[in-house]
Design a protein around this ligand. Structure first.
Ligand SMILES: [Zn+2]
Length: 413
């Protein structure tokens, strides 16, 4: 069974149970985004009447989704309660597939991964491999796949909301999928609800729900790792555009005479600030590094070539972000992925580029932040979208749901 990946609010009917469901989803989203809230605050944020909020809260309490937390004996806050059930989130990258199973019955997380060339062949990595990985995880956790509440899929590439497939220009990045509708095919293979979206959109959703963008109604997120993707939250919901392909910050053209990009354009941000471009620029100087974290380590240890490439990547990123931010005026811009963990050397150049672009003169309130959730953001965004799909939510991520891959790169460095 496939489900439309759009966030709550989209596709509501004008009357009847559809409206009620839409209202419930808006209220759940407000609780996820802002945490425990008074009913008055919920009415303000959802623009629902106090009577409607009161009635929905009553139903949510009766079904065990929400609880009332007394504060100072006077005010009381509505909060989401930890959920029952088992959910899976999976991330499909060019070279790997990772998946995490979140067991809310026992408060435990199980992880598994497949690598291209080792666990599946060069042309593989498609729906069957993802389904097999989910079966493996379910076995490990002692649960039937058919009993999963839902599966979220984060694809390293843009997914059209019209066709449910990867955008044609990005298909070479995802061999094994071609014209396959992601959520529909996996839903049929697994027999449970599946939501699929671009990994940067899901990472933005996680950062907005639980991380650097929490509490903002307008939020710009950019994920810079092997590739560069963006997620945009406008007026309190993830903005996907007409076909679901909004937010391709990585393909903003910065130099029309620059190197050819896999999207078919020239001089995209991706050709300057992605892991591959940074490594190849360094290689041309005779400095051989194999992964972005090595470059970040080199810069910290004083290697001038590593410092230079990160600084220039930050300048390019700052220009692209400033141009985007002038159009959408977010209150917070968060930088995630491996580059977001590079610390001051990168943030200084992003900020100086924003200054050169006069971004802060145009929108003085904009704040740059390092993403908080880190390498797990897309997987946790998949969890957030399954929670939304099943009309559930968590105000605060329990510690067992998170896994820090590189906690040596704290944002304060
Ligand atoms: Zn491009």
């Amino acid at each position: 069974m496939a489900t439309d990946p759009n966030r709550p609010g989209n596709g509501r009917t004008s009357s009847g149970p559809g409206v009620r469901r839409g209202n419930v989803e808006r209220l759940l989203e407000a609780l996820r985004t802002h945490g425990p809230s008074s009913q008055a605050a919920l009415a303000r944020r959802t623009q629902l009447s106090p009577a409607t909020v009161n009635s929905i809260v009553k139903d949510l309490r009766a079904e065990g989704t929400a609880e009332i937390q007394p504060v100072n004996g006077r005010e009381s806050l509505v909060a989401l309660v930890a959920q029952q059930g088992v959910m899976v989130s999976t991330q499909v990258n060019t070279d790997s597939i990772t998946a995490a199973l979140f067991d809310f019955r026992t408060g435990s997380r199980h992880d598994a991964a497949l690598t291209r060339g080792t666990d599946f062949d060069i042309e593989g990595g498609g729906p069957r491999d993802v389904a097999d990985l989910i079966h493996t995880l379910a076995n490990e956790a002692g649960v039937q796949v058919g009993d999963l509440a839902g599966v979220g899929v984060a694809m390293q590439g843009p997914i059209s909301t019209v066709t449910g497939t990867a955008a044609s220009w990005a298909r070479l990045q995802l061999p094994g999928w071609n014209d396959t509708p992601v959520a529909g095919t996996l839903g049929d293979l697994l027999g449970v609800p599946v939501v699929a979206d671009n990994d940067a959109n899901l990472a933005a959703l996680a950062e907005w729900t639980w991380g650097a963008g929490r509490g903002c109604t307008d939020f710009l997120y950019v994920m810079c790792s092997a590739q560069i993707g963006g997620g945009i939250v406008l007026d309190g919901k993830v903005h996907r555009g007409g076909d679901g392909l909004a937010g391709e910050i990585g393909h903003i053209v910065l130099d029309r005479n620059g190197p050819v990009c896999f999207c078919g354009s020239r001089g995209c941000l991706t050709t300057v600030a992605s892991e591959r471009s940074i490594l190849s620029t360094l290689a041309a100087s005779g400095t051989i590094k194999h992964a972005l974290p090595e470059v970040i380590d080199g810069a910290r240890e004083g290697d001038p070539a590593c410092q230079r490439v990160l600084y220039e990547a930050g300048l390019a990123l700052g220009r692209a972000l400033a141009n985007t931010a002038k159009v959408i005026a977010p209150s917070v811009i968060a930088i995630g992925g491996l580059l977001g963990q590079a610390g001051p050397i990168m943030f200084e150049s992003v900020r100086s580029s924003a200054e050169i672009s006069s971004l802060l003169a145009v929108s003085p309130g904009i704040e740059f932040r390092a993403a908080r959730i880190g390498a797990d953001a897309a997987l946790l965004g998949g969890l957030a979208s399954v929670l939304t799909l099943t009309a559930q939510g968590i105000s605060t991520l329990p510690e067992w749901t998170t896994r820090q891959f590189r906690n040596d790169y704290s944002n304060t460095k």
